[in-house]
Design a protein. Structure first.
Length: 177
């Protein structure tokens, strides 16, 4: 038994030393980049900074056979689950990948955005909306400037009465007398 202990003690000590060195080396290594950062400025139609604008970073909308300009966006296996948009009549709107808000100078910075192609959208009630496409790369910062523009009447998510493109009573027309 003593002979076995004399033989095993150096082996156990060597294994312990190797484990300690490996653990210390792993702690010194920096973790891999986990996405990039999207920064930018939001201004109104006159070029003035706008505070409190909601910024959303979204995967490009999936376009089916009907509606919309442009081609079909590629499907992404790791995209967030999609939620139905309120009053959208069964259409799906993807959840934002990341969100933020502009400060009093109109600036925003959203970190840890997974690498990929996105639409950056800024929306503020009464001021309008802006949209821009960006490509985010791991460990990098991409900058985008957004200029709010009023939405044309009837455009956007529903308009009056929550029905797109439908006239008649209940869609903003005064009642018939």
């Amino acid at each position: 038994m003593v002979r076995m202990f004399k033989w095993m003690a150096p082996a156990v000590a060597t294994l312990g030393l190797m484990f300690a060195v490996t653990t210390a080396k792993a702690a010194d290594e920096k973790p891999a980049a986990t996405g990039g950062t999207v920064t930018g400025t939001v201004v109104d139609k006159d070029g003035k900074a706008v505070e409190g604008v909601k910024i959303r970073i979204m995967k490009p909308m999936q376009r089916g056979g009907a509606g919309g300009a442009g081609g079909a966006a590629p499907k992404v296996a790791d995209a967030p689950a999609e939620k139905p948009a309120a009053g959208a009549g069964g259409r799906q709107r993807p959840a934002p990948v990341a969100e933020g808000t502009s400060d009093k100078e109109g600036k925003f910075s959203i970190a840890n955005v997974p690498a990929g192609d996105y639409a950056v959208m800024a929306v503020q009630q009464g001021a309008g909306m802006a949209r821009s496409k960006v490509t985010v790369k791991d460990g990098e910062t991409v900058s985008v400037d957004l200029k709010l523009a009023e939405r044309p009447a009837g455009a956007g998510a529903g308009g009056a009465g929550g029905r797109r493109g439908r006239g008649g009573a209940g869609a903003g027309a005064p009642p018939a007398k």
